[in-house]
Ligand binder design. Structure first.
Ligand SMILES: *Cc1c(COP(=O)(O)O)cnc(C)c1O
Length: 396
């Protein structure tokens, strides 16, 4: 034990080793350069199918330029929390842009999407309230609900009949009910029917909260799930992130003026954590402007996604429930999914195997995430690799 500082943590070492033996740990792969439709990963050139960079904005020169200008004007660090002395005129402009983007009276930025869910859900419901939550909701939602100390009732994934049953069961017993769902589910690429959810929630007097992390820049001409279903004014809390299609980082939430003011006066992740650098604020403003203007960029994303999915299916692959640029290729076996990912990687295609515990056993797959930046050559290159590897593994 000579090299170990203390022995009090050895149970963690044991747990890690068990996870490794089960193949449940992450191998960190290094990019050498920017994230884009083509990348250099571990020294190898590859078509990127594993990033959230749906609109190819992560390396956009306009975002970089906006950040550089802000560094010159505001310096690097924000110096404080937004609540205390780190708020800027630029940040105020971003809040207005978020509201414009989400088509709500007000908007608010957080340091990350995770901090948005954890901080907001913890405070908009509490002890004696109940949250009715889709069974496949994101981990940051689950943590936020736990922090709130509200009761939790789970409904079957996208099952509106079950949602209604659960609401019927709780609506007499609790004063405040919150229905919470991901907009686009990141593993399957399917979409929550927000029009129906809002309608059912209304019947039982329940508030609604959507996490649109994978829907912004993608659905509703880029405006997200509220716009897609025309219910942007009916969802009480529209949460999102700059870290996916918007190509940057930071969380956001939009809604009524007083709701937003309540949130920034209570959410501890907002109140007790530093503002991100003003350069991030500037890039986020630019990113929202681009997404609201460049509808052709969103269209390119969908054209690419439609082509890729159709070609995979015509080869005989099962793309599961995909309705978005998240296109799974079902393998239904953990070892085979990893083998397929390795074969793709060797051929110059970077796509992630998704296995237990991220998805239930039997639903192992490769997850592909398509970008507006992919050329037809990129997609054909990846499709060729899929066809070859799929045949070798007897998947098609
Ligand atoms: C990525 C993601 C988050 C977290 O957002 P970050 O800004 O990366 O912290 C939250 N919810 C969902 C559904 C996500 O996909």
């Amino acid at each position: 034990m000579g090299d170990i500082m203390t022995e009090k943590t050895l149970h963690l070492k044991k747990m890690l080793e068990d996870m490794k033996a089960r193949g449940e740990t992450w191998e960190l792969l290094r990019l050498f350069g920017p994230s884009g439709p083509r990348v250099v990963v571990e020294g190898k050139h590859a078509v990127m199918l594993a990033s959230n960079n749906y609109l190819d904005l992560a390396n956009d020169p306009r975002l970089k330029e906006a950040a550089k200008e802000a560094i010159e004007k505001y310096g690097w660090g924000a110096g404080s929390d937004w609540s205390i002395a780190g708020y800027t005129d630029l940040q105020e402009k971003l809040h207005k842009k978020i509201a414009e983007f989400k088509e709500t009276p007000a908007g608010l930025a957080f340091q990350t999407g995770f901090a948005t869910n954890a901080g907001t859900l913890a405070k908009i419901v509490g002890k004696g309230d109940v949250v009715v939550s889709d069974e496949l909701n994101h981990g940051s939602i689950i943590d936020g609900i736990r922090l709130s100390r509200a009761d939790k009732v789970i409904y079957k994934h996208l099952d509106m009949g079950d949602l209604e049953d659960k609401l019927r069961q709780v609506h007499d017993k609790y004063e405040h009910i919150l229905v919470v769902t991901d907009g686009v589910f990141s593993m399957d690429g399917d979409i929550a029917p927000m029009d129906e959810i809002v309608k059912i929630a209304d019947e039982y007097g329940a508030m609604t909260y959507v996490d649109d992390s994978h829907g912004e820049g993608v659905l509703g001409e880029g405006r997200g799930i509220g716009h897609h279903f025309g219910v942007q004014k009916k969802i009480d809390f529209q949460m999102g992130t700059f870290s996916k299609a918007l190509g940057s980082m930071g969380g956001m939430i939009a809604g009524e003026e007083y709701v937003i003011e309540y949130i920034y006066n209570t959410a501890r992740t907002w109140l007790l954590s530093a503002a991100y650098p003003p350069a991030v604020t500037a890039a986020n403003i630019k990113s929202l402007e681009i997404v609201m203007q460049e509808k052709d960029r969103v269209q390119r994303l969908w054209d690419n996604r439609n082509y890729f999915k159709k070609e995979l299916e015509s080869m005989g692959f099962d793309t599961w429930k995909s309705q978005t640029p998240i296109v799974p290729v079902m393998v239904r076996d953990s070892k085979k999914a990893k083998e397929l990912a390795h074969k793709l990687f060797d051929a110059g295609v970077f796509a992630l195997p998704i296995v237990f515990p991220m998805v239930p056993r039997g639903l192992e797959r490769i997850r592909n995430q398509i970008s507006a930046g992919h050329t037809k050559e990129d997609l054909d290159y990846a499709l060729n690799a899929y066809e070859k590897a799929g045949k070798e593994l007897g998947l098609i």
